[in-house]
Design a protein around this ligand. Structure first.
Ligand code: HPA
Ligand code: ZN
Length: 336
């Protein structure tokens, strides 16, 4: 078997703020003089025991306090890119949460310019590329999301699309219909978290009310065979994050993850990391661990990587290049 590290893959579901490793939290806190309620990175990491999405979000938002300057955001993006690239990720469509920074008093251009700078440095150092998707926080007011979209437009932020994240339960996607309609009018791509903790109705709203082109997570689609049939027929990709689902107890152990059912249903499944600094692994680790848990062969792993390429918003010529590299990976694994 060829190493999964070498399998070229695209990451479609990673929150750049969720790549903030405890060690980087400590370093950034030190450089900006932020007082932290724990002594070291290990002590912080020991707090990463989650019971559901909200228990994770509470710590995730708290840790953002150390991200203040353009340089901090640049370092965050750069360190993620280098690490993901070492695990075979050639391109990422990375989420960021503008509102989570604006409400802390960090200017939008500080965030955007920093991330762009970090990804540009990674591109010139190792060839890794990234696009940005701005996510709206579904547990914040709709008006704030609309204002954030206008602010992104005003600074000409180089985003390729918009998403919807944060607490799914009790915060229906349908509230954000106008925001996503405006994004579509601006020519932006649309994705949304749905079916992580919420059921098929949450996915239906993401599709019908937001015009989502991909569903982030979507594992609960399996609760409704009609929704599964609809996703298959419309070729809507799911950005599945196995280690996240286990860490947030949507699934009780990896061996019981519904990945085999999703694949058997003919869904366009991709494998991603979500918040790798919190959930125990980057994209590569998710591939490695599901391969072991379900005894996936190289052809299936190559199919999952192909799915990630085809589900991306990359131009077709770049998609074709990566697909050829995946073919080469598979051919090297099984020479004729
Ligand atoms: N789910 C929903 N919202 C999020 C997540 C997640 O895993 N990570 C950051 N925001
Ligand atoms: Zn997510």
């Amino acid at each position: 078997m060829r190493r999964i590290t070498d399998l070229p893959k695209v990451e479609l579901h990673v929150h750049i703020e969720g790549t903030l490793e405890p060690e980087l939290v400590m370093k950034l806190a030190e450089s900006s003089g932020v007082d932290l309620p724990y002594a070291n990175a290990d002590e912080l990491r020991r707090r990463y025991v989650f019971t559901n999405l909200q228990s994770f979000l509470d710590i995730y938002y708290d840790n953002l306090d150390v991200l203040r300057t353009n340089h901090d955001f640049s370092r965050l993006a750069y360190e993620y890119a280098v690490r993901a690239h070492a695990g075979g990720v050639v391109h990422a469509e990375a989420f960021f949460d503008p509102q989570a920074h604006l409400i802390r008093g960090v200017a939008l251009d500080t965030v955007v310019d920093g991330l762009v700078d970090g990804f540009a440095r990674a591109r010139s150092d190792c060839g890794f590329t990234a696009d940005l998707i701005a996510c709206f926080l579904r547990d914040r007011p709709v008006r704030e999301a609309l204002e954030t979209l206008e602010s992104l437009t005003a600074i000409d932020a180089p985003i390729i699309g918009v998403g919807l994240d944060s607490a799914e339960l009790g915060n229906p996607a349908s509230l954000f219909t106008e925001v996503f309609a405006r994004a579509a009018a601006l020519g932006l791509r649309r994705v949304a978290h749905a079916g992580e903790e919420g059921g098929p109705e949450s996915i239906r709203q993401a599709l019908d009310d937001l015009g989502a082109e991909r569903i982030d997570h979507g594992i609960r689609s399996l609760d409704d065979p009609e929704m599964v049939a609809r996703l298959v027929a419309a070729h809507i990709p799911l950005t599945v994050c196995p280690l996240s689902n286990v860490a947030l107890q949507s699934v009780d152990e990896l061996a019981r993850h519904p990945l085999p059912e999703l694949l058997a249903a003919g869904l366009h499944v991709t494998i991603n990391s979500d918040d790798p600094a919190y959930f125990g692994g980057y994209a590569e680790d998710n591939y490695v661990l599901v391969a072991a848990a379900f005894d996936l062969d190289d052809a299936t792993l190559a199919d999952l990587a192909r799915n990630s390429v085809r589900a991306s918003f990359l131009p077709v010529d770049r998609q074709d290049e990566v697909l050829l590299d995946i073919d080469r990976w598979l051919a090297d694994a099984h020479p004729t």
